[in-house]
Design a protein around this ligand. Structure first.
Ligand SMILES: NC(=O)c1ccc[n+]([C@@H]2O[C@H](COP(=O)([O-])OP(=O)(O)OC[C@H]3O[C@@H](n4cnc5c(N)ncnc54)[C@H](OP(=O)(O)O)[C@@H]3O)[C@@H](O)[C@H]2O)c1
Length: 335
């Protein structure tokens, strides 16, 4: 069998420290399937793992990468004949995606047979490899942690980022009106192309005032994966009963929010941790993926094609992500 190529983190630090190595493949154990990885999603959280800045710190060395898509190439014993998703048993050649926490930056993985999810023909490997962290999170945010009603105003910060574009698409799919907030005309243009009803450039305009102007009273929901001073601006931009959804701190700055601004207008601040929920509730997460992939098949959701980097350029790709040079999603490819 050919060697397995992986991106390895041997010491915590900057992405340039990542190494690319080859090793002998492990046997496909009972209950496992082998997946030939075609694309692995590139996410901000991967850089956090590599820098040692994530809440979980795996022992060194480790292979980063939390999500992937590819084809099943081998099925271990004891996988069973019933299949795992109601569409029949796994077959060699099935196109699947998998969310695995760590280990996706490799050209092959072994996973329990219950983990892969069959992907529709409509999705490329790149789209499928990047749909979990972006679309599953967005769907979880807007249909589970809060329920967005048609015609509500949804403000999305970091809207041209991977999560932001998915959030705009999901909010639009649910019938909401969207305001995309991002920095610079190119990013805002992309958000309009992706269906945003209005845009705010938070590098030049005061977010709270522009949102109040656009909505005539305030946003119903604000989605914040950026943090820093923008979080308080987003909170202050909410109307009566508005909900601030806290997803992450891409700015590197964890904000402190004034409690009086939560009290006023009966606002709520809600945390969103899709990964922890998905691990604790795998069956519910599978239902959530069915909803997302069903909406993709019905052309109600339109995931972007990610920017592709070769697997052995993982360090450069993460550097581009950290320095805001990536617009939309990015992935590593193995071909
Ligand atoms: N809670 C959850 O369940 C969950 C799930 C997935 C991701 N996340 C988190 O969500 C955050 C965003 O993820 P993502 O995949 O959308 O990342 P991304 O593609 O890198 O987008 C982040 C956006 O944040 C904005 N930003 C503002 N200040 C920044 C700075 N100093 N450095 C980098 N970006 C900055 C950038 O937009 P502008 O340049 O336009 O400002 C960028 O487009 C991350 O913190 C990630 O860990 C959380």
């Amino acid at each position: 069998m050919r060697p397995v190529r992986s991106v390895v983190c041997r010491e915590l630090g900057e992405p340039e420290l990542l190494e690319v190595t080859d090793r002998d493949p492990a046997p496909c154990g009972p209950g496992q399937v082998r997946i030939r990885v075609r694309a692995a999603g590139l996410n901000y959280v991967d850089a956090l793992f590599v820098r040692g800045g994530y809440q979980i710190q795996p022992p060194l060395p480790f292979v980063p990468g939390s999500e992937l898509a590819g084809e099943i190439t081998e099925i271990g014993s004891e996988v069973g004949s019933a299949g795992n998703d109601g569409d029949g048993a796994w077959q060699v050649g099935d196109r699947v995606l998998a969310s695995i926490g760590l280990g996706a930056f490799a050209d092959e993985v072994l996973v329990p047979a219950s983990v892969p999810i069959r992907i529709p023909e409509a999705l490329s490997f790149g789209q499928a490899a990047t749909i979990g962290q972006s679309y599953a999170t967005a769907w979880f945010t807007l249909t589970r942690r809060t329920v967005v009603e048609p015609d509500e105003w949804v403000l999305v910060l970091g809207a041209a980022g991977g999560l932001g574009l998915a959030m705009l698409d999901v909010a639009r799919c649910l019938g909401a009106r969207t305001i995309a907030a991002a920095s610079g005309p190119d990013r805002l243009r992309l958000c309009i192309e992706r269906g945003a009803h209005d845009v705010v450039d938070y590098s030049t305009d005061e977010l709270r005032l522009r949102v109040r102007e656009i909505t005539g009273g305030g946003a119903d929901v604000a989605v914040d994966p950026v943090g820093g001073p923008l979080a308080e601006q987003a909170l202050r931009s909410l109307t009566n009963g508005g909900r601030l959804m806290v997803l992450g701190f891409a700015s590197g700055d964890i904000p402190r929010l004034p409690a009086n601004q939560i009290l006023l207008r009966n606002r709520s601040v809600l945390g969103v941790d899709w990964g922890a929920w998905a691990m604790a509730h795998p069956e519910d997460n599978r239902v959530l993926f069915d909803e997302v992939l069903g909406a993709v098949e019905e052309h109600r959701l339109h995931p972007v094609e990610p920017t592709a980097y070769p697997l052995d350029q993982a360090g450069r790709a993460l550097r581009d992500l950290l320095e805001r040079r990536v617009v939309g999603k990015a992935c590593l490819t193995t071909d």
